[in-house]
Ligand binder design. Structure first.
Ligand code: SF4
Length: 217
């Protein structure tokens, strides 16, 4: 058990679901990434949502974050449907792969730095397999800084981690697993907290993926 706090949380929320999910069998295990293994665009989130991915067993599935993200991916031509409801909803991603810096849901969506470090090897393994990635969209500051933490740990990047800024595009030189580092685009996380307050509007996340599409051609 690498992160006892997160393991406890993922199991506790599964055992005590809110009324709307009562009776459902939760995934309640570490959550792998999901998407096209030949993708050129990587989307990195924070962690599976307690009642989203941790319930449905698929990244960005079964919560409002997933639906906001999928609308943007659908509009940019990377998803065949504009919702992400369950693992068997027929969603197919093309040229996009979804993952996260942490694989188990953290309480209050706040993983510790140690928990992020514990989990980064899984992201590293995915990046070794995803050989075509040239753009990485980081959803939220934690994902953004987690990516740079990985780059530094793998000696692909030296220096200060740039400051997260929604819509910012970061071209950093360096090589990771024999390939150039991807262009990073920073985007606010499509959490309900951000979408309900208007901090992230649908057109803002749509614009991020249209920009990503410009980079991959
Ligand atoms: S967050 Fe990652 S490292 Fe920690 S217990 Fe879950 S899968 Fe393991």
């Amino acid at each position: 058990m690498v992160c006892p706090r997160l393991v406890k949380h993922r199991e506790e929320v599964a055992e005590n679901p809110p009324a709307r999910f009562r009776g459902e069998k939760y995934w309640a295990k570490p959550l792998p990434g999901f998407g096209d293994v030949d993708a050129r665009i990587l989307v990195v989130g924070l962690a599976p949502a307690a009642h989203g991915g941790n319930r449905t067993g698929r990244m960005f599935t079964g919560d409002s974050s997933g639906n906001t993200l999928m609308k943007a991916l659908y509009r940019a031509g990377y998803a065949n449907i504009d919702t992400s409801v369950s693992a068997d909803d027929g969603l197919v991603l093309k040229d996009v792969y979804l993952t996260a810096v942490v694989r188990c849901p953290p309480p209050a969506n706040k993983p510790t730095q140690q928990e992020i470090s514990n989990c980064l090897p899984y992201l590293a393994e995915e990046l070794k397999i995803l050989r075509n990635i040239c753009v990485a969209v980081a959803l939220g500051r934690v994902a953004f800084e987690g990516l740079f933490k990985l780059f530094k740990r793998e000696k692909a990047f030296e220096g200060k981690t740039p400051v997260f800024r929604h819509g910012g595009t970061y071209r950093v030189s360096g090589f990771l697993y024999g390939r150039p580092l991807p262009i990073i685009i920073a985007c606010y996380h499509p959490s309900r907290q951000n979408t309900n307050t208007g901090r992230l509007r649908q057109e803002m996340i749509d614009a991020v993926f249209l920009r990503a599409r410009e980079f991959v051609g």
